[in-house]
Design a protein around this ligand. Structure first.
Ligand code: AMP
Length: 386
């Protein structure tokens, strides 16, 4: 525990104080919007300028995460540091922790930013994970393929997200080529899970150890990027309760103060396997901004400030559809056409260039059933492109 953290633990950070967020994307933007609603001030630090978070923060500091002087200066001006991007170097969180509490702690980042450390930790703690092997050479890869069988998924150990740095191996003959293409000296080979569904649970844990979850979310991906989330997930109450218990266990065993998302596969025989953890609000929880009493972003504010957590009750079944840069392919999307559906909400992140695959915004629809919400949000997105 860092200097002074013991003392600070008992102190609530009240509205009016300044919250620091490392990273400046859409997650930070929605965090900042929620913080401002509660009367906090927000500073953000990242290498970007005019960023999604910077546009709504009180102060945007443009500096590399390796610029420890800038990080120190940033941390001295805020009451607490959190992050919306977990791939910051360990030293960044360590330096920040000298001047302000970092929540969740740097140790949570350390575990979750590296697939091998994360899966090893989860397995040791007894959580169900996809079968995996550590791979550090093409020879180790060949052995791992023999043990796990094909197909299998090869992923870089560090710095991967949205399917970047990963490849599906269909046959052992592909090992040498795919290893060379991955261009890393540390990777993880995972058995391919023939899942029925991808699901996630977003949990929040307060300074006092209180835990709440937003319930099971059902996710579909396109090109490895989240495409649509539906709440509540269309699964049995037993599966939902089990997923909740897993998430609670994970947040407790990592001693998380803040928000953490557990992404899981639901196998065809109804078993849950953890795919990965994200120690922050998550894309699958964007619909909580409109559809829950307290959003995942407000919950992050409450948790890191030592305030009581809010109700996570889902007000209406909801669905979220991501808007990637591809939606701009034929020019400016037809916003008004989508908004003609009165239960649809539009969120745009303030990014100026719409590259294919880039997350530019999302739509949320609310309805009387999960099926109906999904139908409406998909229709709204289709309307954007005419
Ligand atoms: P990740 O970056 O690990 O979240 O992977 C992105 C997506 O790739 C996941 O959401 C799945 O759709 C797919 N995927 C990743 N790992 C596996 C696996 N072991 N088996 C099957 N599909 C996977």
């Amino acid at each position: 525990m860092s200097h002074g953290e013991d003392q600070r633990k008992s102190q609530t950070i009240l509205p009016g104080a300044t919250l620091g967020v490392l990273g400046s994307g859409q997650l930070g933007r929605m965090f900042a919007i929620s913080a401002r609603k509660l009367g906090y001030r927000v500073h953000t630090l990242s290498p970007e300028s005019d960023s999604p978070t910077g546009q709504v923060a009180d102060q945007e500091i443009t500096a590399s995460y390796d610029d420890l002087e800038a990080v120190s200066d940033f941390a001295t001006r805020v009451s607490v540091v959190t992050f919306e991007f977990e791939n910051v170097p360990s030293a960044t969180a360590e330096v920040a922790a000298r001047f302000a509490p970092v929540r969740p702690a740097g140790q949570v980042l350390h575990v979750t930013q590296h697939r091998l450390r994360e899966k090893t930790f989860l397995r040791e703690q007894g959580f169900p994970v996809t079968p995996f092997r550590a791979v550090r050479s093409v020879e180790e890869l060949q052995i791992a393929i023999r043990e796990l069988g094909c197909p299998a998924v090869l992923k870089t150990a560090g710095w991967g997200y949205d399917g970047k740095g990963q490849a599906k191996i269909q046959s052992p003959e592909e090992a040498a080529t795919l290893w060379a293409q991955l261009g890393t000296d540390e990777a993880i080979l995972e058995g391919f899970v023939d899942f029925r569904l991808e699901v996630s649970v977003i949990g929040a844990r307060g300074l006092d150890g209180a835990f709440v979850s937003f319930g099971l979310l059902e996710n579909s991906h396109s090109n490895h990027i989240l495409d649509v989330t539906v709440a509540p997930a269309r699964v049995s109450p037993r599966v939902a309760a089990e997923a909740d218990a897993i998430a609670r266990g994970v947040l407790e065993s990592l001693d998380v103060v803040g928000v953490l998302c557990v992404e899981m596969f639901l196998t065809r025989d109804d078993r849950l396997l953890i795919n990965e953890l994200a120690p922050r609000p998550h894309n699958s929880g964007h619909l909580t901004f409109d559809a829950n009493v307290t959003s995942q972003f407000e919950q992050q504010v409450r948790a890191i400030c030592g305030l009581p957590l809010g109700s996570t009750e889902l007000l209406r079944p909801a669905a979220m559809a991501n808007l990637l840069g591809d939606v701009w392919e034929n020019g400016e999307p037809r916003w008004a056409e989508a908004l003609r559906l009165p239960d649809v909400k539009l969120h745009l992140y303030g990014k100026s260039s719409a590259r294919p695959g880039r997350k530019m915004g999302h739509l949320t629809a609310m309805a009387n059933s999960a099926d109906e919400a999904e139908r409406i949000v998909r229709e709204a997105r289709c309307r954007l492109m005419g």
